[in-house]
Design a protein around this ligand. Structure first.
Ligand SMILES: Nc1ncnc2c1ncn2[C@@H]1O[C@H](COP(=O)(O)OP(=O)(O)O)[C@@H](O)[C@H]1O
Ligand SMILES: [Mg+2]
Ligand SMILES: [Zn+2]
Length: 352
């Protein structure tokens, strides 16, 4: 990709909103305009003015699936060399963005693995980015139910989102409080994260780390269906813990400290298991004066460096800083006070 211009994506009231870099989980992504090259059956197709996301902190760069309507660009382009590609897509049933012959009544969904499989390398990633971008656009409403078609199987999701992180957006099911549906953000990195999540879950469970079980997954990492955890993320409860010397604050801090110590020890013994201990990834279940921590996100974070990690700095500085950042980009919203999962499982109500 060749950069031609750069603009920050942090423009309040404008889409798309800012995003945190999924790789370093530190920098904010900015939008750059670039020329993108796709190889189609051996010939190079150059697409001008494609939007990409870039992190100035770690150098991560990826096409901006949210905005790059690349298949539309291909369809309306007058480039000669694209003709064959368009013909291929048409014969594969693509009429325009996701308006396929086998389109379902909802129009919102993920295509079958076979249809994705039929697209070659570069084009497949573009398709997957665009498909997810379209799905997430359809899941933006502040309330309501949405039917999402996954290769013929309908998932009834309830809006608004339950949670969001750097790699995915998570939704509740309608009438199935024990499950959540996580959609990977429209980037190869994020789909890889979900694939890793799927692979690592059993490892963590086997090591005695409580994690949500995976009930269904996608071979391209587009989504995953998981058990919904009881409790709330540290990012959501941290500001409600009271003064640092209050019993509740101390109880939760000690539990999180022990949990993170255990994880860091695991990362040393099994370097391939390094995940992010961000406050979004740690769930806290409080009941009757006890406190248990769970790992909600088992997706790998290979770029994280824990060599100089200290818990006090984490608790006093990193966590509040991360929470501010999550609020800024809309990952945490104010309406997170419900906890249907714990109630559904008959757990006692959590202290406030
Ligand atoms: N299994 C789950 N049960 C309850 N809430 C969840 C679950 N999975 C995700 N969430 C919510 O969504 C947020 C983001 O999920 P996460 O898996 O960490 O996404 P990412 O991979 O983008 O970091 C979590 O902090 C949490 O609030
Ligand atoms: Mg996470
Ligand atoms: Zn980065």
């Amino acid at each position: 990709m060749n950069e031609t211009s750069a603009t920050p994506t942090t423009r309040p009231g404008h889409a798309p909103r800012a995003e945190i870099c999924p790789r370093c989980e530190d920098g904010l992504l900015i939008t750059v305009e670039t020329t993108h090259e796709v190889t189609v059956e051996g010939s190079l197709v150059r697409i001008p003015r494609v939007r990409a996301d870039e992190c100035r902190t770690c150098g991560y760069r990826s096409l901006s699936g949210r905005e790059a309507r690349l298949i539309e660009v291909l369809f309306t382009s007058s480039y000669d060399r694209i003709t064959d590609l368009v013909a291929d897509l048409r014969s594969a049933g693509y009429r325009s963005m996701f308006l396929r012959e086998d389109r379902t009544e909802t129009g919102l969904g993920f295509g079958s693995s076979e249809s994705v499989e039929s697209l070659a390398g570069d084009l497949r990633e573009l398709y997957l980015d665009n498909e997810t971008s379209h799905v997430l656009d359809g899941l933006q409403a502040a309330a309501g139910l949405v039917s999402l078609d996954v290769a013929g199987q309908v998932h009834r999701l309830a809006l608004p989102k339950l949670g969001e992180g750097e790699n995915g957006t998570v939704f509740n099911y309608d009438g199935r409080p024990e499950l959540v549906f996580k959609v990977a953000k429209p980037r190869p990195y994020c789909r890889d994260h979900l694939l890793g999540e799927n692979e690592m879950t059993e490892f963590f469970a086997g090591q005695g780390v409580p994690v949500p079980r995976i009930r269904q997954s996608d071979r391209f990492g587009r989504f995953v269906v998981k058990d919904r955890l009881a409790g709330k993320s540290l990012a959501v409860i941290y500001d409600h813990l009271g003064a640092p010397d209050s019993p509740r604050h101390e109880l939760v801090r000690d539990a999180v400290r022990q949990f993170i110590d255990r994880l860091l020890d695991l990362f040393v013994r099994h370097p391939g298991s390094k995940v992010s201990v961000s406050p979004n990834n740690i769930f806290v279940v409080e009941s009757a004066g006890a406190c248990e921590c769970l790992l909600v996100d088992t997706g790998l974070a290979p770029f994280h460096d824990y060599s100089s990690f200290t818990f006090d700095e984490y608790w006093d500085e990193t966590v509040p800083q991360k929470i501010r950042r999550y609020r800024e980009v809309g990952y945490i919203e104010s309406d997170h006070d419900d906890a249907p999962a714990s109630q559904a499982k008959g757990d006692p109500p959590q202290p406030r």
